[in-house]
Design a protein around this ligand. Structure first.
Ligand code: NAG
Ligand code: NAG
Length: 370
């Protein structure tokens, strides 16, 4: 069984073939409990807490409003959790209804999986309500409203692999969120996010285990940023134009970086990518031969690696550029767990994922190995 998945390419290929499935919508009280509109306190909230095996934090709200940058982080968390609840709701429905690709040999195994996923779904609902409550109280722009979503999977194995990858992106992004809370002086928000990072890590250990991987991927999980998470959610899951107030989230959505290489193995190799030429043509800062662009790899807590683009093919007719770069896999030092790829308009050097994101034009490409 392959122990890897090049999700960026998987998304793009499968998106095309799954176009017929109706998108997920929260309309018509899809969850049956009013979510994402749940009052605190209410009988609905108590039922979600029972299903989640625990409660929303019940302490007093922060005495003063967080910084606007911290509100942006809370809005992103809400946006992400709305996507996750949609995913787990659809997954639970697929399993419950014995949809092809989601069936079990034994009813006991099916019920066990549903027990696990039902708790995760409710826990994600509480993560969302917690973030959106703070956003509503302090943000002045109302809660983040849900979009419609398509998930590019049609079987349980791929669904759990997808859950593992988006959870890895969240686990990297919450590092960024905590760091920004610290630099913005919102120390009171850090502890709660830390509790969610551990919680999502517990979930991911299960997703990885189901994929025949060891539960704990690497000693220091890969860094991501808010911009990469927001871009990945929008590029891969969100139905374009379906989000009522996405404009209240002050983050960029990069253009997609498509990983063309399939079945990426744990070895040093060249990886093929494609990007789209923007309307208006190749910007002068890229140089006409694209030598102004770099491919940057982010893995674990190491200094991002900058690679030159090789074998650049510019197809002006189809507005598409393909190129290769080296993926310097080494099991002791680079490439296990989540690797984030980004195309930047500078050569760095980059000390952190945040400085990569600041110069990113295309990304993130997501690679999972081991
Ligand atoms: C549920 O099954 C449908 C039909 O195969 C599929 O289109 C959808 O992506 C699945 N959703 C999840 C979360 O697995
Ligand atoms: C490089 O990209 C960043 C992010 O999009 C942008 O802010 C910056 O202006 C670009 N630099 C040049 C020289 O075009």
């Amino acid at each position: 069984m392959p122990s890897f998945i090049a999700l960026a390419s998987l998304f793009w290929l499968t998106c095309l073939s799954l176009i017929s499935a109706a998108p997920f919508s929260y309309g018509n009280n899809r969850l049956g409990n009013g979510f994402p509109t749940v009052a605190n306190p209410s009988a609905q909230l108590t039922a979600i807490e029972a299903a989640a095996h625990g409660s929303l934090p019940d302490g007093p709200a922060p005495p003063s409003a967080p910084s606007s940058n911290s509100i942006t982080s809370l809005r992103l968390i809400s946006f992400n959790e709305l996507t996750e609840v949609a995913f787990f709701t659809e997954l639970i429905a697929n399993i419950t209804n014995n949809v092809a690709g989601y069936t079990f040999d034994a009813d006991r195994s099916k019920q066990h999986m549903l027990t696990i996923l039902t708790a995760i779904q409710a826990q994600e609902e509480l993560h969302e309500l917690n973030a959106n409550e703070a956003v509503t109280k302090f943000g002045g722009q109302g809660p983040v409203q849900p979009c419609q979503y398509n998930f590019p999977v049609d079987n349980l194995k791929d669904a759990l692999a997808l859950a593992s990858t988006f959870t890895d992106v969240v686990l990297g992004t919450l590092q960024d969120v905590q760091n920004l809370f610290g630099t913005d002086g919102d120390i009171g928000l850090i502890r709660g996010v830390a509790s969610v990072i551990g919680q999502e890590g517990e979930q991911n250990g299960f997703f990885r285990f189901k994929a025949d991987k060891i539960p704990s991927a690497v000693p220091f999980l890969t860094a991501s940023t808010r911009e990469f998470a927001f871009s990945a959610l929008n590029q891969n899951f969100v139905v374009p134009g379906s989000c009522p107030n996405i404009g209240t989230i002050d983050l960029p959505i990069f253009d997609p970086l498509v990983i063309e290489t399939q079945n990426i193995q744990p070895q040093s190799q060249n990886i093929q990518f494609s990007i789209i030429i923007p309307t208006g043509g190749i910007p002068s800062s890229w140089h006409s031969d694209c030598s102004g662009l770099s491919l940057v790899w982010i893995n674990q807590q190491n200094t991002p690696i900058v690679e030159k683009l090789q074998n650049i093919q510019i197809d002006l007719k189809n507005l598409r550029i393909t190129f290769e770069t080296q993926f310097p896999f080494d099991s002791a030092s680079f490439g296990n767990g989540l690797t984030i790829a980004a195309v930047t308009n500078s050569t760095g050097p980059f000390a952190t994922a945040d400085t990569v994101a600041a110069d990113t034009i295309f990304g993130p490409g997501l690679i999972e190995i081991n």
